[in-house]
Ligand binder design. Sequence first.
Ligand SMILES: [Zn+2]
Ligand SMILES: [Zn+2]
Length: 112
Amino acid sequence: MTTNVNIEDLADKSLYCKDCGNKFIWTAGEQKFFLERGLQNMPKRCKICTAKNREKLREKHPLWWIKCRVCGKKNEVPFEPLTEDTLCEECFIKETAKRDQKLADLGEKFDD
Ligand SMILES: [Zn+2]
Ligand SMILES: [Zn+2]
């Protein structure tokens, strides 16, 4: 998926849960994760309903299993993995932070 959204410009968004109708926040961090993974279905439910729904789905469809290429941990994900080369959410956040730090370090060098 190609996207014109600049990840740096993301801001928290208010969405309405399709199940309970309550407003919930889709945070910039979650949107970034979503965009960087090329996911296409925006969250439609608040966290509580997502958890409830996941329980329901689990009875019908198993979640997909991924094996994280960094920590080797097996992880259940509610979406079909796009590649074999998958990171668990924890490592994905760490890798992103590391990359951002590298870019920041480079930026400091250029400032000299
Ligand atoms: Zn809800
Ligand atoms: Zn991992």
